[in-house]
Design a protein around this ligand. Structure first.
Ligand SMILES: Cc1cc2nc3c(=O)[nH]c(=O)nc-3n(C[C@H](O)[C@H](O)[C@H](O)COP(=O)(O)O)c2cc1C
Length: 360
């Protein structure tokens, strides 16, 4: 079964009891102040009990200035600690390795008092050296909170167009100081954040990073060759895993469609003890095996895990056939999708059949 049930030992010593992972999935089920909501706890716990050996929280905001959604989970202040501690304990008791995805929305932080960006733009403020020092400190404080809460690790969200990707992407970063220009300059903020976190947390605490290695939805100038170099640097900075955010786990780079899969290029470039996580349209066991064959050490499921919270238990059955969107609301409710996530999915075309919320 392509070793999908094999344990994996991370660089820091954390042992993951299998190769399947729940993707970070924004579910807007936290309380207005960022404290853990009961629906969010139930949603994650159901997937841990459903056999996912690795559970990531949604993108969780590290500071009010990075907050992007109502109902987003917070790791921004000590008031968030009791809920985080309960969540970490529950997920651990269910047998999962649980990590928090640390997020700063940057120019997309729609709930921020002022939106931080690489340079001044309408409604956005170009980050000053003082802002960047604060961002670094906020990431570190959030990581320490997650360790205190009992999580196994944190993943820095460097993907999908948020603050750290805005710095990485050539077309979003026209800065002329040390945080812009060539790849080394554009990667500086992300690398400093990871170096700072690695230096602050315990050696046995896992630290990873999620990247968008190529352009997906819009042309931002992200290229595989640059991203592979970035991956090498991040490995030097001490990350335990690199997580690729892709539409298709076995895809090749758009700029080189007949080239090797993106995952294969990363696996070849990263040191052997840095794990590679890959997400993108994994629905069936064959998809997961193909992702492993392409180089993924851990295979990450997003949408399939929304409707199949026990995918790691049912997908090995030869008769398994995944349910694909749009999904009927009762099926989502049966999978412990609460009203916050129902609402979020209803706002995305093609995800939910029919109209009204089930309750609330
Ligand atoms: C409802 C929803 C919420 C998401 N939230 C996040 C998030 O908080 N952080 C993140 O890095 N990616 C997020 N993503 C992207 C997923 O983690 C994943 O990369 C993507 O869905 C592709 O995997 P899939 O084809 O298995 O769904 C989200 C995707 C969906 C559908």
């Amino acid at each position: 079964m392509s070793g999908l049930k094999e344990a994996l030992k991370l660089r820091c010593g954390v042992v993951v009891p299998g190769r399947l992972a729940l993707a970070p999935l924004t579910n807007t089920q936290s309380l207005p102040d960022g404290c853990l909501g009961e629906d969010e706890r139930r949603w994650l716990l159901r997937r841990a009990r459903g056999g996912f050996p690795w559970i990531s929280t949604c993108a969780a905001y590290i500071s009010d200035q990075g907050k992007a959604w109502e109902g987003q989970l917070g790791v921004a202040e000590d008031a968030h600690l009791p809920g985080l501690t309960r969540l970490a304990g529950d997920l651990r008791a269910a047998g999962a390795v649980a990590v928090v995805q640390l997020h700063h929305g940057g120019a997309l932080a729609s709930l921020a008092p002022t939106r931080l960006s690489t340079v001044d733009a309408p409604g956005q403020r170009g980050a000053t050296p003082g802002d960047l020092a604060q961002v670094r400190a906020d990431f570190v404080a959030a990581a320490l909170r997650c360790e205190a809460a009992g999580f196994a690790g944190v993943e820095v969200h460097g993907a999908n167009g948020y603050l750290l990707t805005q710095f990485l992407a050539p077309l979003d970063n026209p800065r002329t100081d040390a945080y812009g220009g060539d790849l080394a300059g554009r990667a500086r903020l992300l690398r400093e954040v990871l170096q700072d976190i690695r230096a602050a947390v315990s050696p046995g605490f896992a630290v990873g990073v999620r990247l968008s290695p190529v352009d997906l939805w819009s042309q931002r100038g992200l290229r595989l060759a640059d991203s592979v170099q970035l991956g090498r640097w991040l490995a030097e900075d001490g990350v335990d895993w690199v997580h690729l955010s892709l539409m298709q786990a076995t895809a090749s780079a758009p700029e080189d469609p007949s080239g090797p899969p993106i995952a294969t290029a990363f696996r070849a470039a990263l040191p052997g003890d840095v794990a590679l996580q890959v997400a993108g349209a994994v629905w069936t066991l064959a998809d997961a095996q193909a992702a492993r064959a392409a180089g993924a050490d851990q295979v990450v499921l997003g949408r399939a895990a929304i409707i199949h919270p026990d995918w790691p238990e049912v997908a090995f059955d030869l008769a398994f056939s995944p349910s694909r969107p749009p999904w009927p609301l009762p099926a989502l409710v049966a999978a412990d999708v609460g009203t916050g996530l129902q609402r979020y999915l209803l706002a995305r075309p093609g995800m939910v059949l029919g109209g009204a919320l089930s309750r609330g």
